[in-house]
Design a protein around this ligand. Structure first.
Ligand SMILES: NC(=O)c1ccc[n+]([C@@H]2O[C@H](COP(=O)([O-])OP(=O)(O)OC[C@H]3O[C@@H](n4cnc5c(N)ncnc54)[C@H](O)[C@@H]3O)[C@@H](O)[C@H]2O)c1
Length: 316
């Protein structure tokens, strides 16, 4: 049985569905963190909850009694739970440190007690900071996070290494690059811009609009997670890190044009100064994931935005 943390979230619910559809029993946990609405997360797991291979437990990674109450025979953990989002982390750095770093440490301790030795961890492109070498490669050593959120993700990657070293746990850090698609978190740009353009409301553009992101469609990310799981389960003594991105960054202004095309309306643009903590560019080298995980993202941004908008129209 696989334990998925953060199962009611955007990527967690999509990942759980992928594993359930392939016949894997899944136990999912989530604390319905207040970062965005509980009702959205309840909807994310409504199909899962009706499936006999799925069980759901509401609780917090930081609640040791709750973690100890999980009695299912778990063989691997897919750890996606976190407070996500860069800008809110500047306002609440301690909450991010508590939730993400301490939460991961509690999870690793629980795994140690239960002798569970396999984990995939959701890291982030944000760990690269304003790295000057593009595309970003897993072998880049000179990486310095530029937001508290990114700091928590990089810290967890290192914590995972510590548990691998001390207790022989097999752990893979997966660095996701701006994930979008149906169920996307409402705080992320594609969701916010689509919603605003659809409703004739202004969109806020920070900086000159030339920042670039390597937007990656959620189905491609989930495929990468699944392939990483198979690799994790068929190898021992591993600690490794992979980028899961699209290898095709686009600028903020171009993203807005693409969303305008899909929605069929012109955006009302409100230009604001650059925000501290934001990166200039994210751009994944995916050579390593292609070679070792057979990861092959296949959804173009144009196609992915159309799928997202169809979902948005039926779920707003
Ligand atoms: N979406 C992206 O573009 C992106 C990019 C890079 C990395 N990530 C990482 O991927 C993971 C999933 O991201 P998402 O976009 O699906 O976010 P999300 O907010 O939709 O999902 C995270 C889920 O974790 C739960 N959670 C948070 N803290 C918890 C705790 N202490 N105990 C139990 N549950 C808890 C939340 O309630 C939420 O449902 C996160 O770790 C995030 O940092 C996401």
């Amino acid at each position: 049985m696989i334990l998925i943390t953060g199962v009611a979230g955007f990527i967690g619910s999509c990942t759980a569905e992928c594993f359930i559809k392939r016949g894997f029993p899944v136990v999912g946990i989530d604390n319905f963190d207040s970062f965005y609405s509980r009702s959205v997360k309840e909807k994310n797991i409504s199909w899962l909850k009706s499936h006999h291979l799925f069980s759901f437990l509401e609780g917090d990674l930081n609640d040791v009694a709750f973690m100890n109450s999980i009695t299912q025979p778990v063989s691997a953990v897919i750890h996606l739970a976190a407070k996500a989002g860069v800008q809110p982390s500047l306002l609440q750095p301690l909450q991010y440190i508590h939730n993400n770093i301490q939460g991961t440490n509690n999870l690793l301790e629980w795994m140690k007690r239960r002798n569970i030795r396999k984990m995939l961890f959701a890291s982030s492109s944000s760990v690269y900071g304003n790295n000057n070498t593009i595309p970003f490669s897993e072998s880049d050593a000179d990486i310095y996070p530029v937001s508290p959120y990114a700091f928590t993700k990089r810290s967890c990657e290192l914590l995972n290494h510590t548990y691998h070293h001390l207790y022989g746990m097999d752990i893979i850090n997966l660095r996701f690059f701006t994930v979008y698609g149906p169920r996307q978190r409402p705080d992320l740009a594609i969701y916010k811009f689509t919603n605003a353009i659809h409703n004739g409301l202004p969109i806020k553009l920070f900086g000159k609009g030339d920042t670039q992101r390597d937007y990656t469609f959620v189905d491609d990310i989930v495929q990468g997670i699944f392939n990483a799981y198979e690799y994790l389960m068929s190898n021992n003594s591993i600690f490794d890190t992979f980028n899961l991105g699209n290898n095709s960054p686009i600028s903020l202004l171009h993203l807005v044009e693409l969303i305008e095309n899909v929605v069929g309306k012109t955006a009302i643009r409100e230009h604001l100064p650059e925000q501290p903590g934001d990166m200039r560019i994210t751009y994944a080298s995916i050579d390593k994931a292609k070679k070792i995980l057979n990861y092959n993202p296949s959804t173009s941004i144009e196609e992915g935005l159309k799928i997202f908008y169809q979902w948005y129209l039926t779920h707003q």
